[in-house]
Every structure is written in structure tokens, then in C-alpha cells.
Design a protein around this ligand. Structure first.
Ligand code: NAD
Ligand code: MG
Length: 377
């Protein structure tokens, strides 16, 4: 069997290291051809020694540069467009992943997309680049992987509704007052998933679920009225698809990103993997579902409204959130200020079409400036 070359962008992060664990078990099918990271050169060097990729890139090199490594932001596109790469796992966090996704699908690659932010900010551009270049997007996000698996090739016409599950985050049960005084440590305590810091905060505000609704809209071509969210604290059911005849399919499994990563590599095929946990419905019981407390978590409705509005609004939602989460993680603003920042940026900067990379990047920059000015940072 010939092996397919895989580039892992963001290989030092939570999804990146999970992807390398999966790839190490499937060396008969996949070969790690390229690795990139932002600045963790030490871990990147260890990974390079283990997987012997042809290309290694680091965005910010430290004091002792590594011979032969690509450097600077351009290393992301270099890794994503190499001839020996057929699948790009985009596990970069935030809008920094946009050019790599666009370049990879334009060059006809499969992008296994964890980096949802870039589909949210530029969904139409990414779709156009896929059409023009012959590339494809396959989701790594667990909810979207679940939906893709339930759809099993059926078209949007067969679907009545998607229901994305949400764990509810660390503040699901507490009184709403707890949100006002939430510390960084409180907000990072995700109940069911261990993830990078940015997505952990997004899960606590439910901004992550808003990003995922917009992601589902672009991936599956469904209207916002056809995409709902339900809270499911155990994170065992990864999402539901309700078909036009009323039949509902769900995909289940222990909360682990290994299966979504593997499936994004092999879709539409399935490959054997004995390391994946066995199904034990009794051990996982009970599975419960709740309505979202929308009033306490306004980021969800703000994000969906931005999605419906279209144009640059989703890019503004995403950029304001990214900027505000950075400020919160630097202890410069409070938890609920993240939502205030999003709301204010959407009211001020979200005008115009998002039909070019320049328009999207300029809206992204305006939203970030707006948030910085709002808090006098
Ligand atoms: P993380 O912070 O653990 O890792 C981020 C990776 O991106 C690191 O390797 C880092 O070096 C790289 N990176 C950061 N900034 C960069 C920049 N400016 N340029 C280039 N590379 C940069 O984050 P994560 O939790 O692995 O999340 C990665 C993406 O996957 C996010 O979009 C997140 O929403 C999505 N995702 C994560 C999970 C999860 O379980 N962690 C689940 C679903 C989706
Ligand atoms: Mg998800």
C-alpha cells in the first residue's frame, strides 16, 4: 500500500499531539511529511526526531535556530502545499490558520480541519478555493465529524435539522452570578475535554458552540434555522442528524479527539484501530440532555446572529472573541467582558461583504482594534 503524506500544522498543541499519536499507529497508511509549530522548538524537535518529516517549520524561532527548518509565517503555507503532502491537518488555533487552509485547498489537498475559526471568518472564500483548486475540507471538530458520519453521503436535501451537542462548560450548573467573578482557573476547568486554553475559554462562554453552528452551516450547506444546540453534559453523543422522514441518527463515543482525527484522515473509509475504547453503554449511563441557558451565555446567540447576517459579521465575531479571550487570559479583563467585547465589535465593525481575503482580514483587524480600544489596552 502506498502511504499518504500528511502535514500537521500546530503539531505541538492539543490536537496536534493527538494527531501524531494517531498517525504513529497508522504508519502503514500515513507518513508524516511536514510539521509546524508556533514557538515550542523543543517539542517540535522531539517530534521531528520521532517522525522524520521532510519539512519542519517554526513561526517564531528562539535563540538557537535549527538548521534546515523553515521559519516565519510563510512556513505554514510552505508545509501545506508541498508535493509530498496530500492531507493537511490544520490544528492551528485562531485566524492565523487562514492562509494555510486557503493555500492547501487551492492546491487540491484534503484539509482535516480542527481550525474552525478560519472557516467561520471566511467560509465563502474557503468554499470557492475548494471549487477552484479541487481540494476538500473534512472536519476534525467532534460534532461535525459526528454529523459527517451520520450523513454517510446523504445530501442536505435529506436533512430536516442538525442538533449539535454542547457539554455546557464549567459554568453549566452554577448560578449566573458566578460568571461575573469567574477567574482564569475557573474558566479553564472544562468538565469533559482537555484542550488548548483558547478553546477552553470559548467552551466556558459558549462562543465555541456559536463558532460550531457557523462551521456546520458552511460545511453542510444548511440554513441557520436547521441547526440547533442542546446541552449534553457527558459529551458521549457527539451530535444528531434528524432526517426529513423523522429518523434521527447520532454518533457516540468517549470524549477523545483520536477518532475524529482518524476519521478525517480516512473518510469515507473506516480503518481498524484496536486502541480506540470499546463501547460500554452501561458504564456511560445516564446520558442526559438540557436546554441551553441562552440568557446566561449570550455569546451563543450573538454568534448565530452574526452567522445569519453574513458578510464580514462572522469574521468580526471571531476576531473580537479571539482578542478578548487573549486579554482575559492575560488577566486584563473579566470573564463577562469577553461577551461585551463581541457585542460592541459586532455593533461597530460588522459592515460589508466578506467576498475577498482583504475584506475579511481588514474586518478582523478592525474588530481587534475596537476591542483593544474598548478596554484601553
Ligand atoms: P493549542 O493551543 O493546544 O495548540 C495550538 C497549536 O497552534 C500549537 O501547536 C501552536 O504552536 C500553533 N499556533 C498557535 N498560534 C499560531 C500562529 N500564530 N501561527 C502558527 N501556529 C500557531 O490548541 P488546540 O486545543 O489544539 O486547538 C487547535 C484548534 O483545534 C483550534 O481551532 C480549536 O478550536 C480546534 N479544536 C480543538 C479541540 C481540542 O480538543 N483541543 C477540539 C475541537 C477543535
Ligand atoms: Mg467541538
Amino acid at each position: 500500500m502506498t502511504t499518504r503524506g500528511v502535514a500537521v500544522l500546530g503539531s505541538t498543541g492539543s490536537i496536534g499531539t493527538t494527531a501524531l499519536r494517531v498517525l504513529a499507529r497508522h504508519r502503514d497508511r500515513f507518513r508524516v511529511a511536514a510539521l509546524t509549530a508556533y514557538s515550542n522548538a523543543e517539542l517540535l524537535a522531539q517530534q521531528a526526531a520521532e517522525f522524520a518529516p521532510c519539512y519542519v517549520g517554526v513561526v517564531q524561532n528562539g535563540t538557537s535556530p535549527h538548521e534546515g527548518w523553515g521559519e516565519g509565517v510563510s512556513c505554514l503555507v510552505s508545509a501545506a502545499t508541498r508535493d509530498d503532502v496530500s492531507i493537511v491537518i490544520n490544528a492551528i488555533v485562531g485566524s492565523a490558520g487562514l492562509d494555510a487552509t486557503l493555500a492547501a485547498v487551492s492546491a487540491g489537498k484534503r484539509v482535516a480541519l480542527a481550525n474552525k475559526e478560519t472557516l467561520v471568518m471566511a467560509g465563502d472564500l474557503v468554499a470557492e478555493a475548494c471549487r477552484a483548486g479541487g481540494g476538500e475540507l473534512v472536519p476534525v471538530d467532534s460534532e461535525h465529524s459526528a454529523i459527517l458520519q451520520c450523513l454517510a453521503g446523504r445530501s442536505a436535501n435529506d436533512v430536516r435539522r442538525l442538533v449539535l451537542t454542547a457539554s455546557g462548560g464549567p459554568f453549566r450548573e452554577g448560578p449566573a452570578e458566578r460568571l461575573a467573578s469567574a477567574t482564569i482557573e475557573d474558566a479553564l476547568q472544562h468538565p469533559t475535554w482537555r484542550m488548548g486554553r483558547k478553546i477552553s475559554i470559548d467552551s466556558a462562554t459558549l462562543a465555541n458552540k456559536a463558532l460550531e453552528v457557523i462551521e456546520a452551516h458552511f460545511l453542510f450547506g444548511l440554513a441557520y434555522d436547521q441547526i440547533d444546540v442542546v446541552v449534553h453534559p457527558q459529551s458521549i453523543v457527539h451530535s444528531f442528524v434528524e432526517f426529513v422522514d423523522g429518523s434521527v441518527l447520532a454518533q457516540m463515543g468517549k470524549p477523545s479527539m483520536e477518532l475524529p482525527v482518524l476519521y478525517a484522515l480516512t473518510h469515507p473509509e473506516r480503518v481498524s484501530d484496536a486502541a480506540m475504547p470499546a463501547f460500554d453503554p452501561v458504564a456511560w449511563a445516564p446520558l442526559t440532555f438540557e436546554r441551553v441557558r441562552s440568557d446566561d451565555f449570550p455569546a451563543l446567540a450573538l454568534g448565530i446572529a452574526a452567522g445569519r447576517r453574513g458578510g464580514v459579521a462572522p469574521a468580526v465575531f471571531n476576531a473580537a472573541n479571539e482578542q478578548a479571550v487573549n486579554l482575559f487570559l492575560e488577566n486584563r479583563i473579566r470573564f463577562m467582558d469577553v461577551v461585551r467585547a463581541i457585542e460592541s465589535a459586532l455593533a461597530t465593525c460588522a459592515h460589508g461583504p466578506g467576498d475577498s481575503r482583504a475584506a475579511v482580514l481588514s474586518a478582523d483587524a478592525a474588530a481587534r482594534r475596537h476591542v483593544l480600544e474598548m478596554f484601553a489596552c
